[in-house]
Design a protein around this ligand. Structure first.
Ligand code: SF4
Ligand code: SF4
Length: 115
C-alpha cells in the first residue's frame, strides 16, 4: 500500500501543500485535499521547571485525496509532496517509508480512501 509519510516536527504550516493540491484537483475556495491542522501553542513541561512552548502543524488528507493517481501513474510525485517547502513529506510504499523512521522526529503516515 502506498501513502505519504510526514515528519511533522519540520512542518512550518506554510500551506503550500494545500494550495498545490487545490490546483491539482481543481478544488474551490472552501475545499481541500489536504488540510493543515494546528495544535497549540501550549506549554510542554516534561517534568522540568522550565517548560517549553509547543506549536505543531499536522497535515491530514481529506476524502478528496486520490493520492494524485494521475501523476503517480506516470512516475511523478504527488503535488503536495513536490511542493512541500520543508521537504518533510515523502511518498511511497509504506514498508519502504517506515525505514525512514529514526526516533529523532515525530512522524505520521497518511493514506487515502481506496477509490
Ligand atoms: S496526494 Fe495529491 S490529491 Fe492527495 S493531498 Fe496530495 S496533492 Fe492532494
Ligand atoms: S508544504 Fe510542507 S511544510 Fe508547508 S504546510 Fe505542507 S507539509 Fe507543512
Amino acid at each position: 500500500m502506498k501513502g505519504i509519510l510526514v515528519s511533522y516536527d519540520f512542518c512550518t504550516g506554510c500551506h503550500s501543500c494545500e494550495v498545490a493540491c487545490k490546483k491539482e484537483l481543481g478544488l474551490g475556495k472552501e475545499e481541500y485535499g489536504i488540510k493543515i491542522n494546528e495544535l497549540g501553542p501550549h506549554k510542554y513541561e516534561n517534568g522540568k521547571k522550565t517548560g517549553t512552548w509547543e506549536w505543531t502543524f499536522a497535515p491530514m488528507l481529506t476524502k478528496a485525496c486520490d493520492l494524485c493517481a494521475s501523476r503517480t501513474e506516470q512516475g511523478k510525485m504527488p503535488m503536495c509532496v513536490q511542493h512541500c517547502q520543508a521537504w518533510c513529506m515523502a511518498y511511497g510504499e509504506l514498508d519502504e517509508l517506515v525505514k525512514k523512521l529514526d526516533g529523532k522526529s515525530r512522524y505520521a503516515f497518511l493514506t487515502p480512501l481506496e477509490s
